[in-house]
Design a protein around this ligand. Structure first.
Ligand code: F6P
Length: 417
């Protein structure tokens, strides 16, 4: 008897997380010889606990599946849900009873380090009960902070958005040439500075904006920052400064915490936002020049206009490779990206142990950070440039992007259409 497959999305979305979903579903539909129904879990593992799921096949019939490829957000909805550390917790038999009820043989979870924690726990529990279900993680995150993979889907498009937007901001900031100004751009990425570093790609020549870039990997010193700004004014009157949302003093205190209390999510991560505003006030008070801060916020992870064709292609490929990997009998693995040594950029895909990936964070190598912690070196540029190449034509309706919308919120699987 054929086994069914189930796929879910978890954590913060990216502009290509649905391209990975497309890759999984497309490949699984192609393997109807061995795979039965392909379910999508609504709101990740949390939704699955309530049997909130949908059948993905009808999407192929009405053209929705094609549209999903270029739709931002997480089509299936997301969650930030931490499974208990204790594998004897009652939630595990509950979940596995539901897997059995729906005859699940293949489980795919598209997400970042926290989501790989879910894949790790489920696959470890499966071993204890001799379950044959194959658990596979498909990477995603604009933070690009997963270990054992060259990069993660979602980063390339977010990097392209950041670099293009910062280039546009720099042009706007330059119009009043005779008056000093500072524009501070706050970029996502939590404790890793990959995405903030991508702002360096906006530069058209040496000394161009963004003149200063600060990452969480290097302790942030406010006095040094003010001195850097003063020094930069010697060459540029309209300064653009890019900062990561996670800049901190090196002792665990985030700059955004100096402005107001920050909340935590279920994984205990502080919700980092507001460093740009804090520094805006600092510059205003101490330097008395015109200053404005811009928080790129969720725009950087949901822009369909700025999709990288390379990123989209790789997101789809990792999804379909995940299905092929599960069908070979592999479990407890995440699909990693390996960059070959060829002169031209080339990626191969390989399963890597999810237990070594979950809950780890890969930060920007310190020797890629230059300018005494205020600039990014050529190694990063060489690394990141291939990831932002190519653009994607997004279908339009009425002059606007046409997206796929999930019509079904199927809390009762029996009502799945
Ligand atoms: O993990 C990806 C990410 O986009 C981070 O860059 C950001 O700090 C976080 O998610 C925000 O999470 P949420 O959308 O759940 O508030």
């Amino acid at each position: 008897m054929k086994k069914n497959a189930i796929v879910g999305q978890s954590g913060g979305p990216t502009s290509v997380i649905n391209a990975s979903l497309y890759g999984v579903v497309y490949e699984a539909l192609n393997r109807e010889d061995v795979i039965g129904t392909i379910y999508g879990m609504i709101n990740g593992i949390e939704g699955f606990l309530n049997e909130n799921m949908m059948d993905m096949k009808p999407l192929e019939v009405n053209g929705e599946l094609e549209l999903i490829k270029t739709t931002p957000g997480s089509y299936l909805g997301s969650c930030r849900y931490k499974l208990p550390e204790d594998l004897t917790d009652a939630v595990y038999p509950q979940l596995f009873e539901k897997f059995e009820k729906y005859n699940i043989g293949y489980f795919f979870y598209i997400g970042g380090n926290d989501s790989m924690d879910t894949v790790s726990k489920l696959s470890r529990y499966a071993e204890t009960v001799n379950s044959e279900i194959r658990f596979i993680g498909i990477p995603k995150t604009i933070d690009n902070d997963l270990v054992l993979t060259d990069h993660t889907p979602g980063f390339g498009s977010a990097a392209k958005y950041v670099a293009s937007t910062v280039r546009e901001i720099a042009i706007d900031a330059s119009v009043y040439d005779n008056k000093k100004s500072v524009t501070i751009v706050e970029i996502m990425g939590r404790h890793a500075g990959w995405l903030a570093a991508a702002s360096v790609l906006a530069r058209k020549f040496e000394g161009d904006n963004p003149v200063l870039i600060y990452l969480p990997e290097v302790a942030f010193d406010q006095e040094q920052f003010l001195a850097d700004v003063q020094k930069a004014f010697e060459h540029t009157s309209n300064l653009v400064v890019c900062i990561s949302e996670g800049i901190n003093d090196g002792n665990g205190k985030f700059v955004c915490e100096l402005a107001s209390d920050v909340g935590v999510d279920t994984f205990g991560h502080k919700m980092l936002t507001g460093s740009g505003k804090y520094l805006e006030n600092l510059v205003k008070d101490r330097l008395g020049v015109k200053v404005r801060s811009i928080e790129l916020n969720v725009n950087q992870r949901c822009s369909s206009a700025m999709l990288s064709a390379t990123d989209e292609k790789e997101a789809i490929a990792s999804g379909s490779f995940g299905v092929q990997t599960a069908l070979k009998g592999t479990t407890g693995m995440m699909i990693a990206f390996h960059r070959t040594d060829d002169a031209d950029y080339h990626i191969t895909y390989a399963p890597e142990d999810v237990n070594l990936i979950c809950n780890q964070e890969k930060t920007v190598p310190l020797d890629w950070i230059t300018g005494n912690g205020s600039d990014i070196g050529q190694q990063f540029i060489d690394y990141a440039q291939p990831l932002i190449q190519g653009s994607v034509k997004v279908p339009e309706e009425g002059g606007l992007p046409k997206f796929a919308y999930r019509k079904c919120n199927c809390s009762e699987p029996s009502k799945i259409s």
